[in-house]
Design a protein around this ligand. Sequence first.
Ligand code: 13P
Length: 333
Amino acid sequence: MELALLSQTARALVADGKGILAADESTGTIKKRFDQIGVSSTVETRRDYRHLMFSAGGAASFISGVILFDETLRQQGPDGVPLVDVLNAAGMIPGIKVDTGAKPLALHPEETVTEGLDGLRERLDEYRSLGAKFTKWRAVYRIGKDMPSRACLAANAHALARYAALAQEAGLVPIVEPEVLMDGPHSIERCEEVTSDALHTTFAALAEQGVGFEGMLLKPNMVLSGTEASERAGVEQVAMRTLACLRRCVPAAVPGIVFLSGGQSSEEATMHLNAMNKLEGPKPWKLSFSYGRALQADALKAWGGDNGNLEAAQAVFLQRARANGLASLGTYA
Ligand code: 13P
């Protein structure tokens, strides 16, 4: 493993004032997003929409890298230029989602384990030859009565660690994403407890598999009240609890923590990141973003499936990217 090279890429992904665009929605998920704006999901509409974001002038000032779905990594823009080349020319690093989705966990109704390890070594080789420099794998934990179970925590941590080891062996930076879902009536304290548990289990498994912490990034949820909680914690509380939890669980050798947005509104996701970066006290890693919905929701609406709205949608996208770039420095107002 060439840890120094991996570390260089990982650090570039969390360069000052920059974060990651997660544009790796699977075909099923992007269809759901397009359904919301009444646009049919075809190879062409998916291409046009993603090309719109990747070619937005100046995006690279705030976006260090983009996580792609398999289809997009192989796709050409409307002008025939491969989308990977569009990203590289603009100065954004191409990455790829490599898990094959969260599947029902045996004997544990309502829980999932993320799959995709079979044949992964060969797929990683191909992704590297297609130009990917980093990868992502997402594990999902639901908060509920007796959930997440030990079985769910252990199975997902093991898979995350085996994935990360394979990615590093292939010379690709792994983004390790253990996501505790926001859904439910739980308190912020309960979210903190489960997030700590998920992170401890994940880092123990990563250490066991020999993953080099210097050459990876962590993509966690923020510590939040459940979406149906009677009292929801405010921005300062979210920032303080999230940072405290990360300080307890994430080794200082990890170069960056890039949050998922997970269903927060665009503005909430920006405010929370900004508040964390403004807090005093030790932060051994960069704190930035790897947002999907929180970067894209406004742009998707502005585009509405009509390429006549291209420039307006790009402007909206850049506005969100800039806001989060500032939040990663703690200077968003
Ligand atoms: P959201 O920011 O929409 O949660 O997406 C991030 C992501 O990559 C989920 O895997």
